[in-house]
Design a protein around this ligand. Sequence first.
Ligand code: PLP
Length: 343
Amino acid sequence: MDKIKTTRENNYSPQKVEKFWNDITEAVGRTPIVKLRKIPAERGIRATVLVKPEFMNPTGSVKDRMAVFVLNEAVRTGELKPGGTIIEATSGNTGAAIAMYAAAHGYRAILTIPAKMSKEKIDTLKAFGAEVYVCPTEAEPDSPEHYYQTALRLQGEIPNAYFMKQYFNNNNIESHYRTTGPEIWEQLGGQLDVFVGGIGTGGTVSGTGKYLKEKNSAIEIVAADPYGSIFFQYHKDGTLAKPHTYLVEGIGEDMPCDSIDYSVIDKIYQVSDRDSFRAARDLTRKEGIFAGGSGGAALHAALVHAEKLDADKTVLVILPDSGIKYISKIFNDDWMREKGFLD
Ligand SMILES: Cc1ncc(COP(=O)(O)O)c(C=O)c1O
């Protein structure tokens, strides 16, 4: 497969600024696609394995796409009014994207987040000026202390509030159907056989998958789900497994949600914390690509899947966020050893 032209070949000149964005939210998307050189070869994989580092978005994650699209739509339809407050229950990345949007466009942002999320993520929300409610990770989904229930309560208490509800908002899927899907299709000139991503809300995989399948129904959509999450079993037989906690952040869920289109997902692989984190560390050390644990989970699933594929196949893996967000965890040897993830 032809490699795309690099910016250097395209006469890139750092001195010459030909165009600027009107504000930072316009700089979302248009992330590159990069081929993995060492990791697939080491495993005897013959297919081409590509990654899309979504951490190159302004707040370092794929959620910039969703938040900016959803909030622009909410402004357009009048659901989010001038001077309003944006509320969201978030695992951190959506919160950072909302906090960026609020800072750039002059809104108040209130974010609820489970305590298990990394300190870096929680502090990032505060850095943008958002108000943050840290909620107990082990709270049951219907408990008033759960991060989603806390956001619902705040919505009732605060006037002129817009609760984004990424898990139930149709524009979550739509954002990826309108941006991520077409972008990948154009970048690869349609030369793609398998798309792999993690499922958090399901927006990325569902929206991108829907677009790609409309373009070519033979493209396989593969997802990664942490052990302990309900998605794998729900996709398999429609029943709900008993959830248990796991450490990888941003993917998996303990309750069903509306933002997943199961019909576009061909296969879900269950991935352990250990495999997710070790894949993220490998990606950094062997390829120089610094992604977080959910990217590691997606890469692990992609490599397992790619082992069966012929040399003419192309697999693309979404890397939702940056390793910078997990310096104190996945990229800290003491933490990894303490959890039993290092030999
Ligand atoms: C780190 C990380 N990975 C993956 C995802 C999953 O993306 P989606 O919600 O589109 O399924 C998220 C979503 O919050 C995330 O924060």
